[in-house]
Unconditional design. Structure first.
Length: 122
């Protein structure tokens, strides 16, 4: 239910990642991750978790923000259901978004920054 998308730096070392199938990208996530929670995301999240462990990192040490997209669609999955589906052992937050209106993108970045205090130089 969530896809992990494009690798865009959000401050120093914060990242959103695309296609976590590339093993080298797992090393790029140093301080936190923002990801869309939608179809296919559970498998990608499991792959990401396995990659972290392969690199000797604990998932509980990586904050994650789940961006709940398409909240404007009538058939959108219930937020509580998504929270139950996307469990994370470390710090996490859920942010609702509506892409055509631009709602939620900035909020997801802010939530990630809140989960990683002191990580971004001023």
């Amino acid at each position: 239910m969530g896809t992990i998308r494009s690798r865009i730096g959000i401050g120093a070392g914060l990242a959103r990642t695309r296609g976590l199938a590339q093993d080298c990208q797992r090393r790029g996530v140093r301080r936190g991750l923002a990801t869309r929670a939608d179809r296919g995301g559970i498998e990608r999240l499991e792959h990401f978790t396995a990659n972290l462990r392969d690199c000797g990192r604990q998932p509980s040490q990586i904050p994650i923000v789940f961006q709940l997209n398409k909240r404007d669609c009538p058939n959108a999955v219930d937020v509580n259901e998504l929270r139950k589906t996307f469990l994370w052992p470390g710090p996490s937050a859920f942010v609702e978004s509506v892409a055509p209106e631009g709602h939620g993108v900035r909020e997801a970045q802010d939530a990630l920054l809140d989960l990683t205090p002191g990580e971004v130089p001023t």
